[in-house]
Design a protein around this ligand. Structure first.
Ligand SMILES: [Zn+2]
Length: 250
């Protein structure tokens, strides 16, 4: 397998194995810890839970270590439990190095949190509905409740649908500050999910300089699954966020 950074991984011809975006460098954690699967062909014939298992095996993650959120585009955050499917949850946090966080996305942003002092990690699913419901504020609040100093928290925003590709209606943008959207020539609106995420995180108390985006648009970049581009047939990219690298990794 290859496990390369976003800039060097471009092997679209081989769909037998998943390639990965590695966001670890944006968080200051070891390479291979904060991963998002790239587009592949399996979604056509394999249900997501089976697909997730196959991808976990590729990188040596034991299934019983994975905490899975059953995402509903809302703001519920939970303490992750290994092997559990968390009902109605869009963000999981843990300070337990044995727990692997996960989520699935296709245009919504996977948002990774890291606090080196406490060992807390977080993985939050942030689309417009979740952001409008304050899911990243809730995530930051969860850390504060654990005694984590938000000044020291690092955040990485993974591939998501970018502003130029994300046309939405008035009912969407009216939920956001005017600094994160603009009107277009068609009388509709372009929403910037990255800016909305950054605005929400910094308002919650995480320093702007600690918040980094990978800068990949899921619609434009063919390595990504995109619901806006592919509709009902769109697959899902799966994120895994682990602490440390297993011995068989590499
Ligand atoms: Zn785009």
């Amino acid at each position: 397998m290859t496990l390369s950074g976003a800039t060097e991984s471009d092997r679209l011809g081989d769909w037998s194995e998943t390639d990965w975006f590695d966001l670890s460098h944006l968080l200051g954690v070891p390479a291979g810890n904060a991963l998002l699967s790239q587009r592949d062909g399996d979604y056509v014939r394999v249900p997501l839970p089976e697909h997730r298992k196959g991808m976990a095996r590729q990188i040596g993650i034991a299934l019983e270590r994975i905490a899975i959120p059953n995402q509903v585009h809302d703001n519920n955050i939970e303490l992750a439990v290994a092997g559990k499917v968390h009902k109605r949850t869009d963000g999981l946090f843990t300070a337990d190095p044995s727990v692997v966080l996960s989520l699935q996305v296709a245009d919504c942003a996977p948002v990774f949190f890291h606090h080196s002092g406490s060992g807390y990690r977080g993985l939050v699913h942030a689309g417009w509905r979740g952001l409008a419901a304050g899911v990243l504020v809730e995530g930051a609040g969860f850390l504060t409740a654990q005694g984590v100093d938000l000044d020291q928290v690092q955040v990485a925003i993974g591939p998501t649908i970018e502003m130029v590709c994300y046309e939405v209606g008035r009912e969407v943008v009216e939920r956001f500050p005017a600094t994160v959207w603009r009107s277009n020539a068609q009388g509709r609106y372009q929403l910037d999910l990255v800016a909305a995420s950054q605005e929400q995180l910094s308002a919650a108390g995480i320093p702007e300089e600690n918040i980094r985006s990978v800068g990949v648009c899921t619609v434009c970049d063919s390595r990504c699954h995109s619901y806006r581009r592919d509709g009902e047939r769109a697959g899902r990219m799966v994120a895994f966020y682990r602490d440390g690298i297993s011995a068989q990794h590499g």
